[in-house]
Design a protein around this ligand. Sequence first.
Ligand SMILES: C[S@@+](CC[C@H](N)C(=O)[O-])C[C@H]1O[C@@H](n2cnc3c(N)ncnc32)[C@H](O)[C@@H]1O
Length: 391
Amino acid sequence: MTKTDGTLDLFAITAPGLEPLAAAELRAMGIDGVVEPGGVSWSGPPGQMYEANLRLRTASRVVVRAASFRARTFFELERHARKVPWDRWVNRGGAVRLRVTTKKSKLYHEGAIAERLLDAITRAVGPVAAGALGKDEDEADQLEAADAQLFIVRFVRDECVISADSSGALLHFRGYRQALAKAPLRETLAAAMLLGSRWNPRAPLLDPMCGSGTIVIEGALMARGIAPGLANADRQPRPFAFTSWPDFDSAAWESIVDRARGGIRPAAGLPILGSDRDEGAIQAAAANAARAGVGDDVDLSARPLSAIEPPEGPGWMVSNPPYGIRVGERDPLRNLYSALGRTLRERCPGWTLALLSADRMLEGHTGVPFDDAFRTSNGGIPVRLVVGRVE
Ligand SMILES: C[S@@+](CC[C@H](N)C(=O)[O-])C[C@H]1O[C@@H](n2cnc3c(N)ncnc32)[C@H](O)[C@@H]1O
């Protein structure tokens, strides 16, 4: 909620398991947030919201808490909804989306809740276009509808929290990844793997199964100090919802963007290598790296794992190998994981290995002793980042 001094109640939403990493990123920006399930909360001025959107690598969205109240009847909901300052986030004639979820509450009909809220919005700002009332949309819809102001409405035990999304498209849409190989990783999860592996961005980085290159591209962005919101060749900020809010402070935003641009190093200054046995994947990775404006910072080559030529280390190998969830996929994968361990022991002693793993048995075939850095889910599959030292 907005306090009289202009301070906002902010929440950076993350995938489960990534909350502490987002909190550490915020700390590096001088923001002391509180880790909660699903994200990090803090209170701060609009400038911090702008900066969090531009710079957070591991968060999915940044939202502003617009209202919280108790409502057990539609009458109560309507009464509270009328007091929400909707005109802070919705322009006259604009478009809105309402995503409603309910749990253990008297009011449980999500579509009916959304209708009441839409009615309150219309009273406040006049007619608006409304999309996807009450429904949870899939990712393609979200991208399409990113121009409409999203409100996230959660009812838990009759307590309603309404949040205004300040990001627009999810933050993992940095803009650079258009060419996809098989099973691509979200940019936010790739960044989380690098941060969770405690990669030192002055040490070499290698992903020998890089697919469309997400891990190495995120690594190059970090090594050069490029904010994820500027991950394009022109270093122009990607679109954010807050830039269309009625009280958007464009001068403050410009100066935040200028400061972020000013902090960009001209080159990564360390080897960042990506390879994959699939030639098409490497072409996709090269196109993505060029679009992110880090084409010169990553060395990409089509080759099997057995042919990797690691730079002088020790460095970090951070990778998302196939994990074979379907029956029949595991046997060939056992060989892949044991070959990975063997190759590393021969060529990369002293390196750190970090893998996104869905299967303790498979990761065990590497022979590398691992610790779990975090647990999350990738495309609906429970996964862990496991990190170990190659001896
Ligand atoms: C889950 S995908 C990686 C996706 C990648 N992180 C991305 O963001 O696009 C696994 C990759 O491992 C590659 N791969 C599988 N076996 C390999 C091998 N023996 N040598 C090199 N690459 C291999 C596949 O071609 C595939 O691109």
